[in-house]
Design a protein around this ligand. Structure first.
Ligand SMILES: NC(=O)c1ccc[n+]([C@@H]2O[C@H](COP(=O)([O-])OP(=O)(O)OC[C@H]3O[C@@H](n4cnc5c(N)ncnc54)[C@H](OP(=O)(O)O)[C@@H]3O)[C@@H](O)[C@H]2O)c1
Length: 307
């Protein structure tokens, strides 16, 4: 992907898209074998960050799923945590947040054992939304380096927008390892942990807002008599074209919008309707509500951990 000069940071995308091998954070182990784990496994193997034999994966009970991952990617699938975590240098917590506490409790002795072998506990990269590094620290061997990550569903096609945030014991090499891991499935940006709820509201939940836009544009085309499939294709390509234009030109979205809006024309007539319908305010309130919900869920998880 090339970048053109402009006010928006297209270069960040490029800088973060050049992963190298994950040494010395190998072998690595996924706790959880769901959608996120499989997207990351696919991305990291394609980017040659590790060989299949250096990647382990375990889950709670779904053995068919483990076999499927082993067959598809050649990774080592272990039903038991002891074997999966033996000697691991990087552990990706990829369970649902509600299952994370139990999973870490079951893993803790094996993480302690991994420390005995390697001196330092393995790096923990957590995908569990709402579980902050302070809470994670209480569940892990002392001194465990932790990096929290908030990717999105576009991981599955290598186009995630992921934010990573370091816990107290994570150093620059730990962050670099996380950057390489998520760089294999899209853009990576590092931020302070205090912004992760906002990130959840924007890019974590964001694909759903875009799908809603796609649905609404398709419906609008169909309601004007267009074949629904054609309306969908036109809407999809319009979203893609606008995103690529913004990325390649690096121009501010407002400037791009003004360029396609001539006085007395059709686009300005449409935009007036959207402004009247408070389109912007609606999106802003949606992002804000998702961020608030992330913080509510976070409080609920902290409450559970104390009980
Ligand atoms: N999907 C997204 O778009 C997205 C976006 C941002 C962040 N995330 C975060 O990524 C994490 C994973 O999401 P996902 O969509 O991949 O979830 P998922 O598809 O539901 O997979 C969850 C996995 O966790 C395993 N698991 C549950 N309890 C376990 C335990 N005690 N020990 C070991 N494994 C256990 C499950 O195993 P069984 O199948 O055997 O029960 C399953 O393999 C979540 O925390 C989510 O917040 C997801």
């Amino acid at each position: 992907m090339s970048s053109v000069t402009g006010t928006y940071p297209t270069a960040v995308t490029d800088a973060c898209r050049a992963p190298a091998r994950l040494d010395p954070y190998l072998p690595l182990c996924f706790l959880g074998a769901g959608a996120m784990a499989s997207a990351l496994i696919q991305g990291l193997l394609a980017a040659k960050l590790a060989r299949p034999g250096e990647v382990r994966v375990t889950n709670r009970s779904n053995s068919a799923r483990l076999e499927d991952l082993a067959r598809s990617y050649g990774v080592q699938a272990h039903p038991g945590k002891a074997e999966a975590l033996r000697g691991a240098r990087l552990v990706v917590l990829a369970t649902k947040p509600a299952d994370a506490l139990a999973c870490l409790e079951e893993s803790r002795p094996h993480l302690e054992a991994a420390r005995a072998e390697g001196g330092r506990p393995p790096l923990l990269v957590s995908l569990a939304a709402g579980l902050d590094t302070e809470t994670l620290e209480t569940l892990l061997p002392p001194g465990t380096p932790i990096v929290r990550a908030m990717p999105n569903t576009s991981c599955a096609v290598g186009e995630s927008a992921t934010v990573i945030a370091a816990g107290r014991s994570a150093g620059p090499p730990d962050l670099e390892a996380a950057r390489r891991l998520f760089g294999a499935v899209g853009l990576v940006v590092e931020l302070g942990e205090e912004l992760l709820d906002a990130v959840t509201g924007l890019s974590g939940s964001g694909p759903a807002y875009v799908y809603l836009l796609l649905e609404a544009l398709t419906e609008a085309g169909a309601s004007l008599g267009m074949d629904r499939r054609l309306a969908y294709q036109l809407a999809l390509q319009t979203l893609r074209g606008a995103a690529v234009t913004a990325e390649l030109t690096g121009e501010e979205p407002a400037a791009l919008r003004r360029k396609v809006t001539s006085p007395g024309g059709t686009t300005i007539a449409a935009l007036e309707v959207l402004e009247k319908a408070r389109f912007r305010e609606g999106l802003s309130a949606a992002v804000r509500r998702a961020a608030e919900r992330a913080s509510e869920l976070s409080r609920e998880l902290r409450g559970k951990e104390r009980r």
